[in-house]
Write a protein that binds this ligand. Structure first.
Ligand SMILES: Nc1ncnc2c1ncn2[C@@H]1O[C@H](COP(=O)(O)OP(=O)(O)OP(=O)(O)O)[C@@H](O)[C@H]1O
Ligand SMILES: [Mg+2]
Length: 305
């Protein structure tokens, strides 16, 4: 059996664990940089005490770049080009989970920054994503999360309708961004990503024009937190027991034409088999692959039958 690429999960014929084109998209050249440190060496661990049961805040992360002389990954508090997330002890396989969840979005044609899995010095894989708020020359692109846009005080308090309203109010391309947002909301439900709080939705702002930022922080949190509700931000005033009518109500609230909403549902429904394959071929261990598949099976069934 051919190796699977640690970025896109598709088979590779060439030597090694990555497609040259995947490495190029992520690093600018077809070489995987070495990481000479492990999770325990990360500069600072951001742990916020919260009684909200979630993956948020638990996961350490580091801003990084590749050192031009050594070709190795280094911490970069300023001038970073990528974000690195190691495997937390509390959530085994989380980097592989984030990688596969980002790929589900990619297969639907969503805007996903280049990402992949890379071994740290202890052999454990970390997840690395390219920053979408930096230009190739290092210049910054303004990014504002919905937490900031809506002037919120609690990232878990709010509705997806209010996020949708912010998109309708500020986005340069309202039609495209609204449908994109709607489909991401459905996708999150289907993969069990229940942790999409106000800081996991953002705008990129260029020349005063706002556009929905690329997909980030897509994880099937439901696999890890069995008692997690369906969605962190409410849909149709509900956080749990969502059904198709609730998503239709959201579409209506977003002024999405019923025909367009039906197209979106159809597109999602057609992704079922591809998602099953993605879970099977992911870098997750066999039991977690099955757990991801089980979550998706329940969600597809609830939404579409
Ligand atoms: N590819 C990216 N490019 C630029 N900024 C990003 C990218 N991915 C994430 N971010 C920013 O970094 C913040 C933290 O990233 P992310 O949400 O992936 O980490 P997290 O630790 O899982 O988050 P949290 O615990 O806050 O939900 C995000 O809120 C977002 O603003
Ligand atoms: Mg986040």
């Amino acid at each position: 059996m051919a190796n699977r690429c640690l970025c896109c999960e598709q088979p590779i014929e060439e030597e090694g664990r990555y497609h040259a084109k995947c490495l190029k998209a992520l690093w600018g050249k077809a070489v995987a940089p070495k990481i000479s440190f492990a999770a325990k060496d990360l500069p600072e661990k951001v742990t916020t005490a919260t009684d909200h049961m979630s993956i948020s805040g638990v996961q350490a992360k580091a801003l990084i770049r590749v050192n031009k002389d050594s070709g190795e990954v280094e911490f970069a508090p300023t001038g970073s080009t990528h974000i690195l997330k190691p495997e937390p002890n509390e959530y085994p396989g989380l980097p592989a989970m984030e990688n596969v969840c980002m790929i589900t979005a990619e297969t639907l044609g969503m805007n996903v920054p280049p990402h992949g899995l890379f071994p740290m010095s202890d052999g454990r894989l970390c997840y690395i994503v390219k920053r979408f708020d930096r230009m190739e020359d290092g210049g910054k692109i303004q990014s504002e999360t919905m937490f900031q846009i809506l002037g919120a005080t609690d990232k878990y308090k709010g509705s997806l309708e209010s996020v949708g309203k912010a998109i309708r109010t500020h986005a340069e391309n309202v039609g495209l961004d609204t449908i994109d947002f709607f489909e991401r909301v459905i996708l999150c439900f289907l993969i069990g990503n229940g942790d999409m709080h106000l800081k996991n939705w953002a705008f990129l702002i260029r020349d005063k024009k706002a556009a929905l930022a690329p997909v980030y922080d897509f994880v099937s949190s439901k696999v890890y937190i069995k008692r997690e509700s369906d969605t962190a931000l409410t849909i149709n005033a509900k956080g749990n027991k969502l059904k198709q009518a609730d998503f239709e109500s959201l579409a209506n609230n977003l002024k999405i034409d019923p025909k367009a909403a039906a197209n979106s549902f159809e597109k999602m429904k057609n992704a079922r088999e591809r998602f099953r394959e993605l879970a099977i071929y992911s870098e997750l261990n066999p039991s977690m692959r099955q757990e991801l598949e089980d979550v998706m099976a329940e969600r597809f069934k609830r939404l579409f039958s």
